[in-house]
Design a protein around this ligand. Structure first.
Ligand code: SF4
Ligand code: SF4
Length: 435
């Protein structure tokens, strides 16, 4: 079903000033890294090293081998010391390969750099697969798959909107890695046989727009499209609609567009230039619950507790920890989970008592829902577990953007009720299929 877009009129207080101009810290002193043996939701991962093996930064240590191929790489040099299973940011226990860091950061690029101007489309797609390039905006979807099946693409849309409050990782990396960004975008255009690319950036970032425009000088097939600073403008459907005034059913390919996060383009450009996969990530650690908010360059597999310590530690004993931003991120119960190739932020907020009152029937949650849902009605039918009505109210179209909770004057966590409703509908639907 095609989603209608809601009004998109909410400008959120982004709190971006906490980190957008701070120095980028480097975290290099983690004694161990824990490479999560997972990609997306798939744990069908073959481990390619054994206890005692010496590895380098860039050694391929494991590979997802099911519907997609996604290699996983060591982010430090040192010794494999085993496996441990603990909570992952997807909120499930996951096995992790444990590597003891020798702090030498000896690097062995696992593949040769590739000149995108000389490589064929097929060679670039293979390279993207073997380099383990995944969607860095939080999803971790294997990038090569988008290009393998791309057809009739007129534009590569690079999503540099970063609309979630607190997160500035994309903003910072775009400023730092313009050359790699252009190489990645050109390679994406070639893989999709797309004649042009558009980089979407918030109009409220004129300095960044100027920097990126300078970077793309001489590439008349790449342009910048300033978008309004409203939430959730960075949602794929919203940004596609904003730029092309077109809606799609399941995938942007239906309207001739492939969308990639800007950090993904930078990761691909870096791999093509250096032969190195994603072994480190820039992660925003921000919120009023951390003492010194910063962006941190951190090896994949470092525990979040170490990242928070690098930023001065917690500002309170009572904090809420989100993998991602406060609107769409996942709330974690402890800080032992690790940074993945697709982590972009850790948000730490001081928890405060909420004076929740009854629903005022004000309709603000419906008026501001980008998927044009009726969150308050969904919550009512969730309470009575009315499966048929929840289906009729299209609860699965919810993108869990958090806007209904944010906007609610009664401080009701409307989004949490919607999440429960989605789980109920999905579980019932799965049970019906089995019958
Ligand atoms: S979280 Fe709320 S506002 Fe966002 S899409 Fe879902 S129902 Fe709509
Ligand atoms: S925004 Fe809050 S108070 Fe208003 S209708 Fe929705 S749930 Fe009720």
């Amino acid at each position: 079903m095609s989603l209608l877009l809601g009004p998109m009129k909410q400008h959120l207080d982004g709190h971006k000033g906490l980190t957008d101009h701070n120095e980028i810290l480097a975290l290099k002193d983690a004694k161990r890294v824990y490479i999560p043996l997972i990609n997306g939701q798939s744990t069908n991962v073959e481990v390619l090293v054994k206890e005692g093996d010496r590895v380098y930064v860039g050694t391929k240590v494991a590979q997802r081998n099911d519907s997609s191929i996604v290699p996983l790489f060591s982010s430090v040099s040192g010794k494999v010391v085993g496996q441990e299973t603990f909570l992952h940011a997807i909120l499930k226990p996951v096995a992790h390969l444990v590597i003891e860091n020798d702090f030498k950061y000896e690097t062995k690029a696992p593949f040769k750099p590739l000149d995108y101007t000389k490589a064929s489309e097929a060679e670039l797609i293979d390279f993207t697969m073997n380099a383990g390039i995944v969607g860095c905006g939080g999803a971790g979807f294997p990038t090569y798959v988008k290009y393998k099946f791309a057809k009739d693409v007129h534009t590569i849309l690079i999503n540099g909107v970063e609309c979630e409050p607190y997160i500035t990782a994309d903003y910072r990396i775009m400023n730092e890695k313009g050359k790699e960004m252009v190489i990645g975008i050109k390679a994406m255009m070639k893989m999709a046989k797309a004649p042009k690319a558009i980089i979407a950036i918030k109009a409220s970032h004129p300095e960044l727009i100027a920097t990126v425009k300078k970077e793309i000088e001489g590439h008349s097939d790449i342009s910048v499209f300033p978008v309004p600073d409203v939430y959730p403008m960075g949602w794929e459907r919203t940004v596609v609609f904003q730029v092309f005034k077109k809606r799609y059913d399941k995938l942007p390919g239906e309207v001739g567009v492939v969308v990639n996060n800007v950090t993904t383009a930078i990761a691909l450009g870096t791999a093509l230039e250096t032969g190195m996969p994603i072994t480190e990530k820039i992660v925003t650690v921000s919120g009023d619950g951390v003492k010194e908010p910063h962006n941190v360059m951190v090896p994949v597999g470092v525990r979040v507790s170490e990242l928070v310590a690098k930023c001065g530690g917690y500002a309170s004993e009572d904090v809420l920890l989100c993998a991602g931003g406060p609107m769409m991120g996942k709330t974690l119960t402890n800080d032992q989970f690790v940074i993945t190739p697709y982590s972009n932020a850790i948000t730490v907020l001081i928890t405060r008592p909420i004076d929740k009152v009854a629903c005022l029937r004000c309709g603000r949650c419906s008026d501001n829902c980008p998927s044009s849902l009726q969150p308050v009605r969904i919550n009512q039918f969730e309470e009575t577990k009315n499966y048929e009505m929840l289906k009729r109210l299209a609860v699965n179209d919810c993108i869990e953007c958090g806007m209904c909770s944010y906007i609610c004057p009664s401080k009701i966590d409307v989004t949490e009720g919607i999440r429960r409703a989605k789980r109920l509908v999905q579980t019932r639907a799965a049970a019906e299929v089995k019958k």
